[in-house]
Ligand binder design. Structure first.
Ligand code: PMP
Length: 354
């Protein structure tokens, strides 16, 4: 007898983690922070270890209150999850089910199509424009009576492009109010354009906007799994219904609070990542690769049929990046030493015109 499987699951690929790196190599495959955790954050987690015989506070009350205060919203509009990927999943499950449609740009965050399918809904990927950015007109044109949610990944993973604040405002205004627009700002802290922070402003002005943030990237807590959404209270209420109970540990909650206490220290680190990102772009361009200007903590190289070649070069130089076969490579912004390595690896190749 075959074991039971859920119908339709064959079409869902398991999430593929960025490749791990052998000892001594530069791991630039998962958009993590290259910096070790802050001492104050490690201390807060240590102090909390004594309580792990108890379940965590499922409502994450202290953290939600703190975030609500910070953004001038109500705590009922803040939801916390095991990484922003879990929040993305909650949002989909909260608004979409069998036969409903969820629109997103493509290529974008790899989890979107899988999460949509797992909810029984239909993914509607809309190709990026020629500049590797969101094609908002095409996304508007893709709306049907079955559309329930639209993701706008800003900055976009893996291309690092941003949608400007005004353009986003026009888009949100044109989307019917029975469709939730989720602005995924996982990389917003690295954005040095006027679009930075646009999501929260749109949330204030429009009833059908939610914003996703994470502690994984700029705050350096990827290993603890914690992210949050600012969402309309009715949507947040439904998110709580579909969330896996006790998904967010107390350790993650105290680490997030300690990180919010250390934002000045973190800002210096973020500036460093941004500087290395821009250097990475310059290094790639100088070596003849078609790097796209990025506002995130990585750089996209649409290397097309030379992707395997670039991946090989980087690997030989001790750099593990994230390759999308036949499309391109995403290289995370690492430490200065990591980018030195990229530079040395590319110097091993003759300049190219791709
Ligand atoms: N959104 C985007 C655009 C991402 O790239 C990622 C991580 N790669 C996430 C959300 C999820 O991150 P996390 O679950 O660690 O918060």
């Amino acid at each position: 007898m075959p074991l039971p499987t859920r119908a339709g699951l064959d079409a869902v690929p398991a999430y593929r983690q960025g490749r791990s790196a052998p000892a001594g190599a530069s791991k630039l495959s998962s958009n993590e922070s290259p910096h070790p955790p802050l001492a104050s954050v490690v201390q807060a987690v240590r102090d909390r270890l004594d309580g792990i015989n108890r379940y965590p506070d499922m409502s994450a009350a202290a953290l939600r209150e703190r975030l609500a205060e910070r953004y001038g919203v109500d705590a009922s509009e803040v939801t916390v999850g095991a990484g922003s990927v879990e929040i993305a999943s909650q949002l989909i499950h909260a608004v979409a089910g069998d036969g409903d449609e969820v629109i997103f740009a493509w290529r974008s965050f790899e989890a979107y199509p899988s999460l949509v399918r797992i909810a029984g809904a239909t993914p509607v990927p809309v190709p990026l424009d020629a500049d590797h950015g969101h094609d908002l007109d095409a996304m508007l044109a893709a709306i049907t009576p079955r559309t329930r949610l639209i993701f706008v990944c800003n900055p976009n993973n893996p291309t690092g492009t941003v949608v400007g604040a005004e353009e986003l405002e026009r888009f949100v205004s044109a989307v019917p109010h029975d469709v939730l627009v989720v602005i995924d700002e996982a990389y917003v802290h690295f954005d040095r354009t006027e679009s930075r922070g646009a999501g929260i402003e749109l949330f204030r002005r429009h009833p059908h906007v939610a914003v996703l943030h994470t502690f994984s990237k700029a705050y350096g807590l990827a290993g603890l799994r914690i992210g949050y959404a600012i969402a309309p209270a009715a949507v947040a209420e439904n998110q709580r219904k579909v969330a896996v109970p006790f998904g967010v540990t107390d350790l993650a909650q105290v680490a997030a609070l300690a990180s919010l206490d250390a934002e000045d220290e973190l800002a210096t680190r973020i500036d460093d990542v941004v500087a290395q990102r821009d250097r990475l772009h310059a290094v790639l361009t100088a070596a003849g690769w078609p790097a796209v200007r990025s506002q995130a903590n990585f750089v996209w190289v649409p290397s097309a049929d030379r992707t395997a070649e670039l991946e090989g070069l980087l690997q030989e130089g001790g750099v593990i990046a994230r390759a999308f076969a036949g499309e391109g490579i995403r290289i995370s912004s690492g430490s200065a030493e990591d980018i030195d390595r990229v530079e040395a690896a590319l110097a091993a190749s003759a300049p190219l015109a791709v």
